[in-house]
Design a protein around this ligand. Structure first.
Ligand SMILES: [Ca+2]
Ligand SMILES: [Ca+2]
Length: 121
């Protein structure tokens, strides 16, 4: 894991590291635009027909223990680009969250082309 940056943003977009047009992104909102200030994670499949789906993961620590949440965006079997969103379990405000964006060949396939960045809950 990286060291904690001095000032991470509350809203970030993380790109997968594949070459050419980006295959996928992970989005994180540290403050839900709706009621409350909860956190939202999204995976976005940005490329139709490339045989890859998007994977997003968020990790943060509670009392020294790593917490973990992930989701995939299958892009309607890879024929439609878009995003899949999920409300995250409550994360303490200002907590640093590590957000990872990867591609996969299928829901149970290995993670590929992973990019990572940090945000604030
Ligand atoms: Ca928040
Ligand atoms: Ca795709």
């Amino acid at each position: 894991m990286q060291t904690t940056p001095a000032a991470a943003s509350t809203t970030i977009s993380v790109r997968t590291t594949d070459s050419g047009p980006v295959g996928g992104t992970a989005l994180f909102w540290g403050d839900d635009p709706g009621p409350g200030d909860g956190e939202i994670l999204a995976a976005c499949d940005k490329q139709n027909g490339d045989g890859k789906i998007a994977y997003a993961m968020a990790q943060w620590k509670v009392n020294g223990e790593w917490q973990f949440f992930d989701l995939i965006d299958e892009g309607a079997s890879d024929y439609e680009s878009g995003c899949t969103y999920a409300d995250l379990p409550n994360i303490a405000e200002e907590k640093i969250v590590y957000v990872t964006a990867c591609l996969k060949s299928g829901p149970n396939s290995a993670r590929e082309y992973c990019g990572e960045d940090t945000a604030r809950a």
